[in-house]
Write a protein that binds this ligand. Sequence first.
Ligand SMILES: Cc1cc2nc3c(=O)[nH]c(=O)nc-3n(C[C@H](O)[C@H](O)[C@H](O)COP(=O)(O)OP(=O)(O)OC[C@H]3O[C@@H](n4cnc5c(N)ncnc54)[C@H](O)[C@@H]3O)c2cc1C
Length: 537
Amino acid sequence: MLRLSELKLPLDHPPEALPAAIAARLGVPPHDLISWSIWKRAHDARRKSAILKVYIFDVEVRDESAVLARFADDVHVAPTPDVAYRPVAVAPKTDRLRPVVIGAGPCGLFAGLILAEMGFKPIILDRGKVVRERTKDTWDLWRRGRLDPESNVQFGEGGAGTFSDGKLYSQIKDPRFLARKVLTEFVAAGAPAEILTEAHPHIGTFRLVTMVEAMREKIEALGGEYRFEHRVTDIDLDKGALRGVRLHTGETLEADHVVFAIGHSSRDTFQTLYDRGVHIEAKSFSVGFRIEHPQSWIDRAMFGPCAGHPDLGAAAYTLSHHCSNGRTVYSFCMCPGGTVVAATSEPGRVVTNGMSQYSRNERNANSGFVVGISPEDYPSDHPLAGIELQRELETRAYVAGGGDYFAPGQLVGDFMQGRASTALGEVVPSYKPGVRPTDLAPLMPDYVIAAMREALPVFGRKIARYDDAQAVLTGVETRSSSPIRMTRGADFQSLNVRGLFPAGEGAGYAGGILSAAVDGIKVAEAVARSMVAKVAA
Ligand SMILES: Cc1cc2nc3c(=O)[nH]c(=O)nc-3n(C[C@H](O)[C@H](O)[C@H](O)COP(=O)(O)OP(=O)(O)OC[C@H]3O[C@@H](n4cnc5c(N)ncnc54)[C@H](O)[C@@H]3O)c2cc1C
């Protein structure tokens, strides 16, 4: 089998054009093609009048070695790599302690799955509720302004990405094709098969709910065990090694291999770990607002006359600008045809994020419009100072929104003119329970606002109407990634606590669903190796 990449065809090519194009590119007669399949598919919309489909194929061809030899200098023709996932260990027969995974987000789910597949029977703890119950609680905030601090957008089965656009791509280096394992498991759990071939796949929030349920059933069938509404409140240490975790129920769970896949919002747990001496460092993240435009504006700007073409779907974008004050402004977590969601997990705070359904057919496009900040910007040099800053900004947003979980919002035109909005206009913001027009500038540090005011017209030159006066900003976006890193060594264990395996986004080792899931696999493998070594010793 060989892999042929960068084969471009017009957007509207007929299906039968594919084998002919493959044969022509490889310089073989069509009857020499034995089989072919699409590995990845994307589109190239740089020339809006002539949008192209870009393919990567796996091809079986007669006399393959001769074909490969002919293309020895062509990076787009190469042997197909082996992408199969193979377990790295088998659980030894022993009555030793079971591994514990804290967090049932994408990282914890995959750590749990991989451990279960190797026969380790993990115990998975989550402070939040089972996903159906959690969905009701989350909607309670959006519909009625009632927050459950233990069951919300951040906490509960499925983790932070459950109410999301379910974008499944990442920039991580992945020489072992672990992302393929993740996508394959997602398809087995009910995700559309196209996520395996689309270059920028997404699932949408409804399917994510049923998928995490299906994954739970699989993990349980393999001997894993879930305990929801079990919040870890403390850890037991002995001579620099983890001996167990304490739960809010008063129970102690003895364990010497514990994965901490707790996400970026478990601030109380970060504090506990810090108080117990676990090595934690402050880390950079980004803050800003959400910006909303009608999706039709974005489609037109990105696809020109091809806007609305069924193969293109709702247009997405990525933007970035390096400002004169040294800051970088960029688009974050763009949700085509989606909604802005209330994403706080703490009372008295307002946080925005975005989600979409699979169809991506809501009226507006939204994305984070954020500015990178780093530990030098934090109120002190305390490792948890980034959290202090997040809380300060989120509290300001809560107050500016009126104190009932409405978000403060502003028209882009008013934001640029430095005046408060008193009403919103053509673009109806989607955040629920609602948006109150105001002045967003006092909610963020001056350098953030200055960077945003510089970037808006720059982005408007890249995407027509991005900086339209009627576009709406909603605040605040503060949970773009973890403000801390629980640094780990080459063996994936905490730098100073043996048996504690920091993992996923909260530990500072992932920045999205796919990268968190891949990190969960790597950490599970490290746990398995360490447990096998302990038994052998
Ligand atoms: C609204 C929204 C939309 C998003 N959209 C996307 C997207 O489209 N694509 C994408 O790639 N990423 C998206 N993200 C980011 C993505 O969700 C995260 O990167 C990812 O979920 C991180 O996975 P994780 O497993 O590391 O942590 P999390 O998913 O945050 O999971 C952590 C889990 O740990 C549990 N927990 C925390 N503390 C404790 C404790 N003390 N005891 C027991 N349990 C605990 C929590 O309840 C939670 O379930 C979105 C995030 C949000 C909030």
